[in-house]
Design a protein around this ligand. Sequence first.
Ligand code: HDE
Length: 711
Amino acid sequence: MTDINPPRNEVAGTDTPDRANRNAKLDQLESFRSDATDQALTTNQGVKIADNQNTLRAGDRGPSLLEDFIMREKITHFDHERIPERIVHARGAAAHGVFTSYGDHSWLTKASFLAAEGKETPVFVRFSTVQGSRGSADTVRDVRGFATKFYTDEGNFDLVGNNMPVFFIQDAIKFPDFVHAVKPEPHNEIPQAQSAHDTFWDFVSLTPESAHMVLWTMSDRAIPRSYRAMEGFGVHTFRMINAEGKSRFVKFHWKPVAGAFSLLWDETLKLAGKDPDFNRRDMWESIESGDPFEWELGVQVVEEEDEHSFDFDLLDPTKIIPEELVPVQTLGKMTLNRNPDNFFAETEQAAFHIGHIVPGIDFTNDPLLQGRLFSYTDTQLLRLGGPNFHEIPINRPLCPFHNNQRDAFHRQAIHKGRANYEPNSIDGGWPKETPPAASGGGFESYPERVEGHKIRNRSASFGDHFSQATLFWNSMSAPEKEHIVGAYTFELGKVERVFIRERQVNEILANIDLELARRVAENLGLPAPSAPSVAKKEPATPNSPALSLMNHLPGNIKSRKVAMLVADGVDGAAIDAFKAKLAEEGAMIKLIGPTPAPVTTAEGQKLVIDGPMDGLPSILFDALFVPGGAQAVALLEKSGDARHYLLEAYKHLKPIAVLGDARRMLAPLQLQADAGLLEGDSVDAVFDPFVQALAQHRIWAREAAAKAVPA
Ligand code: HDE
């Protein structure tokens, strides 16, 4: 028998501000950190406070006095604590880390953070949902924001991307319409963080350019298991420019080291109530326990002369370049290894902007990208209260920054000298311009030749809205297709107006795939369309394996979470053996008991419990282990919660290992062994198949049988 689990208040690092990982940005932030340990409580003016419990009043039972500057200052500050939440991407969580370049990529770009093997650049990354408000649940069906701030030595570069490679609209002028449509409806502010309502489906069914992205959001990509298990994309086509001035088109990709995999829809609905912080908690706890989140940064590169060699327009943000046509080349690795010290100061005040670029990177004329270049500064002015948000610690560049912009709300710098204009001779002409150079030079826009009439017009090359949606559908595995049909059915089933349901089926889905349209129509009780409503263009590539999550599994069980269901009298030796083997594989284990109280094993050892069954339900885990022990199993058999735990894990297609006496729990629940429901007398008998099943993420072959399970 090994050690007793550590009591929870001794778990390392849960509240310690002195976290181990350091980098140049974290060191810069150090000078702004405030630690009140051993310090007196004071007013904001530094006056020590003698009584923080009682307002100054005229007599014990008398009125409060206006002169109480201590109470007034405290309440006034409190009254002003909130700032406007982000209009989109309001709910998010972030972490610090470092980006390390794999090599010298100067053939492609002169960006300094990519110029040498092993070069490290601090980063801050914020993940978010899009539609919900700040307090909404993490697991809703939605796009996830994936915004990275690289604090490079030539200025901040923000890669403000999503976990899906395309977008709903082609032109920024449609963004307010799209966001109004997807947000809660204006008359009653219902539903929160859901696209399953009339205004969203009204808009997208009238906007065929959204078809491809809506299909992505109806897929499992919209319900990620973990932020660590998502791909990231820059979406737009950007440019990279090398020291010789050669420009190439690039699409940015983040490839998760942990692989990409998702939740099941039923889990997300339950998690929204049982743990609305599911994704942010997962990131927080992993990083606190020393288990970082990691991605590789990659680019698809297209030579300037190949701009028009695709059957879509590179400037159209509703299109991908299939990875099979242009492979992703990896440039470096990002490791997120440190949590913020303060959510508001860092995560909430982080101001990302697609316009924050560095020499060697430039924009293209994608009309969505161009509109974003306006929006992000504008929104920070409102949200952060003025144009000095770059001085907020989390937003400050690491390199020096000087210019003649002056004053305005919340100015921190104390500018010396008399000349706040340029050219000047009074202060020696400083600060001065820097000419562009191969390295360390001033920013120079790529001198793209542009000419045209001033018109409001969508290029005909943006006109095919369906063939890539068809490609996505064709590339899905059978379970993924099943989930997509389920998602459209769920969402459209919440739409009150039948004509909106019909329009989506006949004028959007029928143009993506008739089988998809038929299945959704049948579920909604609508006639199935027999032909597309527009002349259909076939996708240039019939199938893109890179689009299916089934092809993104990591092949191991590192960081996956396993629940062990225990009660008094449990087989302690089996727990020890299973734990030791799982730990070798890098998996995480939690002991779940009937209550939070410690449990005594058959061997008489006390086990500290991580949580009770209702507090740490099966939906929080990737797999379940039920050890034997006659007394424990007798208790679990009588527990509705324990039986529900098993049923629910089974329903959600999770690997389950059941040992010894616990095997007799299966028959009454009508659960039959399969490739992931493993029974045995010893840990050795079940462990290897358990690991194999968990590496597959889910037992997809069980899905039909699981439908009959009432959990
Ligand atoms: Fe954003 N977007 N967006 N967006 N976006 C914002 O900026 C906007 C778009 C994305 O963690 C806002 O600071 C317009 C595409 C992320 O703080 C705002 C258009 C992509 C985040 C804004 C788009 C994104 C934002 C709200 C259409 C993926 C969260 C708060 C032209 C490539 C950043 C803020 C964070 C946030 C505007 C479309 C990603 C209002 C006008 C496409 C990840 O400025």
